[in-house]
Design a protein around this ligand. Structure first.
Ligand SMILES: Cc1cc2nc3c(=O)[nH]c(=O)nc-3n(C[C@H](O)[C@H](O)[C@H](O)COP(=O)(O)O)c2cc1C
Length: 338
């Protein structure tokens, strides 16, 4: 039997599937549908340490986590020790299951402050700051990072070992460099090398381009990771988690979600978004989700373009009902071609 994967005292069961932190995506409404889809551990969007210390509303709101989402990780980013220490204190007050440090974000205005993957240009500083944060954190401290800054500095095998030695409890590795941003295909070779390092004993989660059960099974086998972190493939398709689990357990492919299931998830996501963000932002942030929720629906383009233009919650609800009436047959089955 596959042993459980533990991050400190947190038992995630065998081969956990993690929902990746995603700015403007992995908020409580989205996490609710992913939890139902089978995610074993979820993270908040990244939160600015400086914002937290300043008590900025946007940062503080991202700290909201709920008991039915657990286990939950709260992710922070920053480039300087003092605000990061302050942020760890603030995060600890809301009692997450773990605190995660973002050393992977490639975005310019994060990197230019030495935060996110910017820290990969100065590994001694990264390690020194992390060591202090491990000491300060009352919860397991984990790291999410990339292979390195660029092709010439893919130091992840060294870095993973150094992080383990200072007490980091788990590492999630995205198989790209900062310079790659999101381009090309994620390269998991070095993630496999981190796992193959005999000295490593903390959980290593592989991340990057997992978008199907068969790829999940192949990468698990090939790179020996302790679990997978999934981001974009869960957007509008929270069933990815249960599909991967089922495939890993049985070798069989689950039937895709029915029209009714897709609509139910989309409606729940929408209603939670409207409550969570208010009507304007709630509708705006739902827009990226409709295409994947209704992927494979024949002739959906017209309704979808109305969905992404509407600023009226009732109109969006009516459009979802229209999808329901057009794409659900008399027996409730799906009439879609994927
Ligand atoms: C819209 C978006 C927002 C993201 N925001 C974050 C973030 O807040 N923190 C983080 O560590 N990574 C963030 N990422 C990176 C993802 O967590 C993940 O590493 C990346 O998408 C690769 O995984 P995937 O191929 O499964 O999507 C973001 C990615 C996307 C697409």
């Amino acid at each position: 039997m596959t042993p459980s994967v533990c991050i400190g005292p947190l038992d995630l069961g065998p081969f956990p599937l993690l929902l990746a932190p995603m700015e403007d995506v992995s908020d409580p409404p989205f996490r609710a549908v992913c939890k139902q889809g089978g995610a074993d551990l979820m993270y908040t969007e990244f939160i600015s340490s400086e914002g937290l210390v300043r008590d900025a509303i946007k940062s503080r709101q991202k700290l909201d986590i709920y008991d039915d989402e657990r286990p939950m990780g709260i992710q922070i980013f920053g480039g300087e020790l003092e605000p990061m220490l302050g942020a760890v204190d603030k995060v600890a007050e809301v009692n997450p299951d773990l605190i995660d440090l973002n050393f992977g974000c490639p975005v310019k205005n994060v990197v230019c402050k030495d935060a996110g993957s910017g820290m990969l240009r100065n590994l001694p500083k990264l390690i020194q700051i992390t060591a202090e944060l491990v000491k300060r954190s009352p919860k397991p401290l984990t790291v999410k990072t990339r292979l390195g800054w660029d092709d010439q500095s893919k130091h992840i095998v060294y870095l993973a070992e150094a992080l383990q030695d200072i007490g980091v409890a788990a590492i999630a590795i995205h198989g790209r460099t900062r310079v790659q941003m999101y381009k090309g295909e994620a390269d998991w070779t070095l993630i496999g090398e981190v796992k193959a390092n005999q000295r490593m004993h903390i959980p290593i989660f592989g991340n990057g381009d997992i978008n199907s059960p068969s790829k999940a099974a192949l990468y698990r086998e090939r790179y020996g990771v302790d679990g997978l972190m999934i981001g974009r493939a869960a957007i509008g398709y929270p069933w990815i988690f249960r599909e991967i689990k089922h495939y890993l357990q049985t070798g069989q492919t689950l039937d895709p979600p029915t029209v009714a299931e897709r609509l139910a998830a989309c409606r729940e996501h929408l209603e939670r978004s409207l409550v969570w963000k208010g009507p304007k932002l709630g509708l705006l942030e739902m827009r990226r989700h409709y295409a994947p929720y209704f992927k494979g629906f024949d002739h959906i383009k017209e309704i979808r373009s109305q969905l992404v233009q509407s600023m009226d919650p009732d109109e969006v609800r009516d459009l979802l009902s229209l999808i329901e009436s057009q794409y659900t047959n008399a027996t409730g089955g799906a009439e879609i071609s994927v």
